[in-house]
Design a protein around this ligand. Structure first.
Ligand code: 5CA
Ligand code: ZN
Length: 417
């Protein structure tokens, strides 16, 4: 599926700066600790994309910005980045919404994906190399289920196919949860623990037999459509292989989605691990509740843009919160970001300014420390405060510094001034 246009990323090394250091460390959900990520020349990342039944809200945007920082830090360190993202363009909530509003589910998905592309472009998020829709991936998902079947890891329940978690000795290693901790989350997040006839309540649906009035595709196991977890397992392994560097998404995906995906992928390929690091962004809330399409308490990126907000201010507002924290959006977030953006622009327009080499090192150091964007923004604020406080004469001593400031916040933070 078509991705979106890439913003230019200036190379800091081309401007005579030393290579990036230190290496990136990220919080790995499976280890429950910070771990260095150590990619080869090509860093590989899979991030779970939207279910396109409603527009991109600020929670989605915050999550995609976190992984955009990973992408930028890796590029700055000289890696090529192979980034893959999916979009869940057939799923229960999408079909339900399409029915509710009397629109064809394909038209609804296409419209929302287009709006998402526009939002990502406006926020200057680097596009994935492969933007994979679930529908267009059905042949490779079927192949993947066949692979699981050849390993004896599929059983039939009234025409639906299930994955027995007993096939995976490592099941639970991504989330670190006990079965008692898993069950309520499984029920809450699309699972069917109560279905009669399952071997284990936590077994995951791989293929759902055709239901009247719902879309379905031919397969060796009859007409139907794939389950959710197997889509991301198949798309990630097909495009990136096993042991890719980072699998990412919001913290609501740790269990069951990333646990099941890893389990499917490891049993299907006989290799371990699915991803070397599992990275999860915190949840953005509004009015005390997690922002979610099903709750309807949403602030949309497109809504703010429509009201005239500068996308760079939206980006700064989101980056002002650490990606792993759960936080609540308020109108103040945008007001503060607009003021910050105005000051940064003012400093970037000055002829001359204080040396910015230390700033580059500070921003790199903060981002390498589990993407500490709030501290990186504070370091840029200090440079700006100083630039705006010194005399024109002093500024002239350092002719090229505002350019370096501008390049740094562009390359590493994605902020175009
Ligand atoms: N299509 C699936 C992933 S395969 C999905 O979860 N779609 S989604 O539209 O519900 O969410 C898209 C991404 O945004 C996911 O990574 C999800 O974890 C993240 N996300 C959803 N709600 C929030 C929120 N309130 N705050 C932060 N991130 C969120
Ligand atoms: Zn996913």
């Amino acid at each position: 599926m078509r991705s979106w246009p890439a913003p230019k990323v200036p190379g800091l090394a081309e401007h005579g700066l030393p290579p990036a250091e230190p290496p990136l460390r990220l919080h790995d959900s499976s280890a429950g600790a910070l771990r260095p990520v150590t990619p080869g020349p090509v860093a590989r990342m899979y991030v779970c994309g939207i279910t396109p039944y409603d527009a991109t809200h600020l929670g989605h945007a915050a999550t995609y910005l976190a992984f955009d920082l990973v992408n930028r830090v890796w590029r700055d360190a000289g890696h090529e980045v192979d980034y893959v993202q999916n979009t869940t363009d057939v799923d229960d909530p999408l079909l339900e919404r399409a029915r509710d509003i009397g629109e064809d589910w394909r038209a609804l998905a296409a419209r929302e994906i287009e709006l998402y592309r526009e939002d990502m472009t406006a926020l200057r998020v680097l596009p994935p190399r492969e933007y994979a829709g679930a529908v267009e991936s059905i042949p490779l998902i079927i192949e993947f289920i066949e692979l699981l079947r050849s390993r004896g890891a599929v059983y039939d329940l009234d025409g639906d196919l299930y994955f027995p978690i007993s096939a995976d000795q490592r099941f639970g290693s991504v989330s670190g949860l006990t079965p008692a901790g898993m069950l309520p989350l499984f029920a809450e997040r699309g699972g069917d623990p109560g279905r009669k006839g399952k071997k284990d309540p936590l077994d995951a649906l791989l293929w759902q037999a055709e239901r009247p009035g719902e879309p379905s595709w031919d397969s060796p196991f009859g007409r139907g459509r794939p389950g959710w977890h197997v889509e991301c397992a198949a798309i990630s392994v097909h495009n990136l292989g096993m042991s890719f560097d980072v699998e990412g998404g919001g913290s609501d995906l740790v269990f069951p989605h990333h646990e099941m995906g890893a389990s499917h992928a490891e049993v299907a390929t006989g290799e371990h691990p699915h991803a070397r690091t599992y990275v999860h962004a915190g949840m953005v809330a509004l009015d005390g509740e997690k922002m979610s399409k099903s709750r309807g308490n949403l602030v949309f990126v497109s809504g703010l843009r429509g009201d005239g907000a500068d996308p760079m201010a939206i980006r700064l507002a989101l980056l002002a919160h650490h990606y792993r924290s759960d936080w609540e959006w308020t109108a103040d977030d945008l007001t503060r970001a607009q003021a910050r953006l105005a000051r940064w622009r003012e400093a970037a327009r000055l002829a001359g300014g204080p040396a910015a080499r230390d700033l580059v090192a500070d921003v790199r150091r903060h981002l390498a420390d589990d993407l500490d964007a709030p501290s990186a923004l504070a370091a840029a604020d200090r440079w700006v405060d100083h630039a705006l406080s010194i005399t024109a004469e002093d500024r002239e001593d350092e002719g090229a510094a505002p350019d370096l400031f501008r390049l740094t916040v562009d390359a590493l933070l994605g902020i175009a001034l």
